[in-house]
Design a protein around this ligand. Structure first.
Ligand SMILES: N[C@@H](CCC(=O)N[C@@H](CS)C(=O)NCC(=O)O)C(=O)O
Length: 216
């Protein structure tokens, strides 16, 4: 049995959970918070979540985790069979995580956790996000799904990251930089999927615990 460890307010945790639910793979969840304790670092070297416990061992990094799940549970595939199409899925996920979510993450402390905003960071992140979000619209038209007519790992990533990025930009700049018409419609379509509804309901339920964890 796979065990997904972390907390449901985390978008990276939710990416993995969305994949597991869509594929119908049985799994358990364990609520754990990031830690720098040696025993924790033995499972996840930077003390981050999510990590996945498997019969073969423990692994961290959500992208490695979802690709492992895809390899060992190929039923209900979330990557295309064609090698090029599969590479385009990975391209899109890497793009969104590296240039959009990871960039926007620099706003989260001030936007969500009451830390003092730093003006230079706000400006740099705004410029980079503007560029990356324009580029996103070149990588995908977000029609039925991000890359065609089937749900893929790219949708599982976009569905959990883009709303958080949108909210962070709204709270920081007064404008949701993600919320163009095609993105909003696409996210609404995905949010109707039972798997994502479950992910989001669990996320909402976890938010007060997460707030308490952040307050220490
Ligand atoms: N690249 C990692 C990112 C995971 C990540 O940053 N998780 C956050 C929670 S959303 C975390 O554990 N933060 C605590 C820390 O960085 O110490 C992945 O894809 O799993």
């Amino acid at each position: 049995m796979l065990k997904l460890c972390g907390f449901a307010a985390s978008n990276y945790y939710n990416k993995v959970k969305f994949v597991l639910l869509e594929k119908g793979v049985p799994f358990e969840e364990e609520l754990v918070w990031p830690s720098a304790e040696e025993s924790f670092l033995a499972r996840t070297p930077l003390g981050k979540i999510p990590y996945l416990e498997t019969d073969a061992g423990v692994m961290s990094e959500s992208e490695a985790i979802v690709n492992y799940i895809e390899s060992v549970h190929p039923q209900v595939p979330l990557v295309p069979r064609d090698a090029f199409a599969r590479a385009k899925v990975h391209e899109l996920v890497q793009f969104v995580e590296l240039y959009i979510e990871w960039e926007a993450r620099r706003l989260y402390g001030a936007a969500f956790f009451g830390q003092p905003p730093v003006e230079e960071i706000k400006q740099i992140v705004h410029q980079r996000l503007e560029r990356a979000l324009a580029a996103l619209s070149r990588l995908t038209r977000l029609e039925a799904f991000a890359l065609g007519s089937e749900l893929t790992l790219a949708d599982c990533a976009l569905a959990v990251h883009l709303p958080v990025v949108g909210l962070a930009t709204k709270l920081t700049y007064g404008v949701d930089m993600v919320a163009t018409e095609p993105v909003t419609a696409y996210l609404e379509r995905l949010a109707r999927r039972p798997a994502l509804q479950k992910v989001n309901a669990d996320r909402t339920a976890n938010l007060p615990l997460f707030a308490a964890y952040i307050r220490g």
